[in-house]
Ligand binder design. Structure first.
Ligand SMILES: NC(=O)c1ccc[n+]([C@@H]2O[C@H](COP(=O)([O-])OP(=O)(O)OC[C@H]3O[C@@H](n4cnc5c(N)ncnc54)[C@H](O)[C@@H]3O)[C@@H](O)[C@H]2O)c1
Ligand SMILES: [Zn+2]
Length: 477
């Protein structure tokens, strides 16, 4: 694959090191070994790739010059080759209202970026072939519309409706999908698998697709608010394993994401609040206007399930649902695109995700993901205020906003012990630093590594004093 310098592309770099050492007789070596290093470019002439010495090669002389390099190192111990090959991922996130309207071809053709390929498809009369996996609950509501759409577009299709619940988010379900995909025998280059559902469905299908023939393109159509603004726009796929969330997975982005807000109108109210928690996270860490929008219109977004006035939308005067979701998505993409494989451990998007995984697993299934995240964020807001990073008034505004979005702000199982244990685990898995994102004012955050136990405890006591009454349970540090 060739590296193209294009700011619109989402890219990651893969470094492969291939080392082959010659076996020889055991002998005592001198301390000083001489090593000769050589850098090679890779060029293609008449279909064959060959190494060319040096950094600079004359591009006009070859059919193609790869961005990959081979570094050869020769010493008395043997020869090693280091391969450095940039990998470019390109994926498109597209808003498209009326995705299941037969006159809308986004679902079938929206992922195609090559104009020649598009022309060829439109010219030929051959029916398109698509394998579609749908969340069973979504299928109950939208199944007839989906079938009608595929029939109207003369698609050769298979719809697989599955109970993609958090409890079923397993390798077994990924295998079930793979069996069916294999029976359907699709062409992995031109027939992407389509996933329609919430974050669970999109994560499982994404993993299955990235395993099938080592990587089959897939399309995500999110149908919950959480997956609309969060799970669908990133590169991660996964299933639960060994009692841990998303322990098996891959960083393989979809080939395209199609966003249709009208799916959200049937999402249960509690799940809308759940999605609003992740939206509030982006507002708190990097977008003050989004915070103010949620403060003002959050409750009405919840009441109307993000269904705005389409005529206003079409005039490009954005209504609150479009504005809020667009900001959430663009801010999320800004944080994800340069760090698609999460190599940089200082991630602001981890706000609310330090203590919540342990809390979520501890009380499973009573808290939804966004609810656990919100409880974590509420406590961290107290840590910020105690550290002098947030004023009392700012703290109050954030907590009031959370309450207006019908999100829990405290939980009896979120004990000081659980907080400490989570932060210690974080140290282990984050290169020895806790890397705690904390708000510093409204719509801004920073990463902190040295918050003292005293501050954590004081914040905890104040958090319990002020907010435990919002739940009926007692505070037990
Ligand atoms: N890959 C990522 O980057 C990423 C990011 C965040 C979350 N996630 C994952 O996403 C999952 C949570 O996603 P979720 O909150 O969407 O949960 P979910 O997929 O379980 O969906 C929630 C519920 O809503 C129902 N539903 C879905 N769409 C509906 C619709 N339009 N109308 C009516 N009901 C509908 C589903 O059947 C389900 O009962 C977690 O497993 C989490 O790990 C992944
Ligand atoms: Zn999350």
């Amino acid at each position: 694959m060739h590296f193209r310098k294009d700011c619109n592309k989402l890219c990651s770099y893969l470094l492969l090191t291939v080392t082959i050492l010659r076996m020889g007789k055991v002998h005592i070596e001198e301390n000083v070994t001489t090593e000769k290093k050589t850098e090679y470019s890779l060029v293609r002439v008449k279909g064959t790739w060959t190494r060319k010495l040096g950094k600079k090669v004359n591009k006009d002389k070859f059919d193609c010059v790869s961005a990959a390099k081979i570094y050869e190192s020769v010493s008395e111990k043997g020869t090693s080759w280091t391969v450095v090959t940039p990998i470019v991922f390109t994926y498109k996130v597209t808003e498209s209202l009326g995705l299941l309207d037969p006159s809308n071809d986004t679902l079938l053709l929206g992922h195609i970026t090559d104009s020649q390929q598009m022309e060829d498809i439109k010219k030929t009369n051959k029916p398109l072939k698509r394998f579609v996996v749908v969340d069973q609950e979504v299928y109950k509501i939208y199944g007839p519309k989906l079938t009608e759409y595929l029939e109207a577009r003369n698609v050769q299709y298979k719809i697989l409706a599955l109970p993609t619940t958090e409890e079923n988010k397993s390798m077994e379900m990924a295998m079930e999908i793979l069996e069916e995909v294999n029976n359907f025998s699709l062409d992995r280059r031109t027939e992407p698998i389509i996933a329609i559902g919430g974050g669970v469905c999109l994560d499982i299908v994404g993993l299955a697709a990235s395993l099938y023939r080592r990587r089959t393109p897939y399309i995500r159509v999110p149908t919950t608010l959480l997956s609309y603004i969060d799970a669908s726009v990133g590169a991660k796929t996964g299933v639960n394993f060994a009692n841990c969330k998303n322990k098996l997975g891959a960083y393989i982005p979809p080939t395209a994401v199609f966003l249709d807000l009208s799916f959200i109108q049937t999402v249960p109210r509690r799940h809308i609040s759940n999605g609003l928690a992740e939206m509030l996270k982006m507002a708190l860490v990097k977008h003050r206007e989004l915070f103010e929008l949620l403060e003002k219109h959050g409750r009405s977004l919840l009441d109307t399930r993000f269904q705005g006035d389409n005529s206003v939308y079409r005039c490009n005067h954005l209504d609150a649902p479009s504005q809020a979701t667009r900001i959430a998505i663009t801010t999320m993409l800004e944080e994800l695109a340069p760090n698609l494989w999460e190599d940089d451990l200082n991630r602001l998007v981890d706000f609310g995700h330090l203590i919540s995984p342990a809390l979520e697993m501890k009380v499973l299934p009573s808290l939804l993901h966004g609810e656990a995240v919100n409880i974590d964020m509420a406590y961290m807001v107290y840590v910020s205020q105690e550290s002098g990073l947030l004023s009392e008034e700012e703290k109050q505004r954030i907590i009031s906003c959370m309450v207006s979005l019908e999100l829990p702000v405290w939980h009896q199982e979120c004990t000081m012990e659980l907080i400490q244990k989570s932060l210690q685990d974080r140290l282990k898995h984050s290169g020895g630093l806790v890397r705690m994102p904390l708000p510093v004012g409204l719509g801004q955050a920073d990463i902190f590594n040295n918050t003292s136990y005293e501050i954590l405890l004081k914040a905890y006591e104040k958090w319990c004093d002020e907010l435990s009454m919002s739940s009926q349970s007692n505070c037990d540090p």
